[in-house]
Design a protein around this ligand. Structure first.
Ligand SMILES: [Zn+2]
Length: 267
């Protein structure tokens, strides 16, 4: 997961929001609101989100080469919110059409992993109905539009797999990994393929150039390594930690090889 910048709100969304809020507000006050009642009119911005996020899932960063069969994800869930203590609360229905609450996600992250989970830090005050974030609410999940997830999640090679974990003991990073199941077997397989097929060949070329002490060749090889951090690439956060792993800081310093922070993915 890397940071995401939303562009301006698409013009299609405000009229949908006005219409749907008026309809759903009445259902909420009658206590008869569920996901079906919220409906799916927010999908009017799905294509815009897909393009802005460079056709990547906001959480796992896998490629989504087609907009269809993927989801508009609500960071604050629209119909119900499940806390870590097992309690179930009403969802954030009033944010179901709010641009700042919407992301593009693969169905595996959205429906199978996160689903209705929205854990909060202990002691904070949840948003009241129709209150807008942040208020006094402190989510336990990282919002890639509000903070840089790379600061809190690290990919570590355990000898077999590249496992995402909380960086420097970050509990919010670890909790996000667990709730989004970023270490699920399917993703571990994709992470491994990405490192072997995309990262390793470029790293091997850089190591070969370093062994020859061929400065121009080192420079061109390193530019290809840094290309892994382009916002249009998949699994950028994984690439960042894999590069650190294969080319440690002393080697980079010795040869003047800069490794910038992963970029912001946006329009
Ligand atoms: Zn995903």
């Amino acid at each position: 997961m890397i940071r995401i910048a939303r562009g301006p709100e698409p013009a299609e969304l405000p009229p949908v929001r006005a219409r749907e809020l008026a309809r759903v507000r009445a259902l909420a006050s009658a206590g008869s609101l569920d996901a079906n009642a919220v409906g799916g009119a927010y999908a009017v911005v799905k294509d815009a989100l897909w393009k802005q996020q460079a056709m990547r899932c906001c959480y796992c960063e896998r490629p989504a080469m087609e907009c269809a069969y993927n989801d508009v994800e609500h960071f604050r869930p629209k119909a119900r919110a499940d806390r870590l203590d097992g309690t179930v609360h009403a969802g954030y229905w009033w944010l179901a059409w709010t641009w700042e609450n919407l992301l593009f996600s693969c169905p595996n992250c959205n429906r199978s992993a996160k689903n209705d989970a929205f854990p909060l830090e202990s002691g904070c005050v949840p948003l009241a109905a129709e209150e807008h974030p942040p208020g006094q609410e402190r989510p336990s999940l990282l919002d890639p539009c509000e903070e840089d997830p790379v600061e809190s999640i690290q990919f570590v090679f355990d000898g077999q797999h590249w496992q995402p974990v909380g960086r420097n003991g970050s509990t919010r990073g670890q909790r996000t990994v667990e709730v989004l199941q970023l270490g699920r077997p399917e993703l571990l397989t994709l992470y491994g393929i990405h490192v072997e097929e995309q990262v390793r060949p470029r790293i091997d070329a850089a190591h070969e150039a370093i062994a020859r002490e061929d400065v121009p060749l080192i420079g061109s090889a390193w530019r290809r390594v840094r290309g892994l951090l382009s916002p249009r690439m998949p699994f950028v956060a994984l690439s960042f930690d894999a590069i650190h792993h294969f080319v440690p800081a002393p080697v980079r310093i010795q040869w003047g090889l800069e490794l910038p922070r992963p970029p912001v993915r946006g329009p």
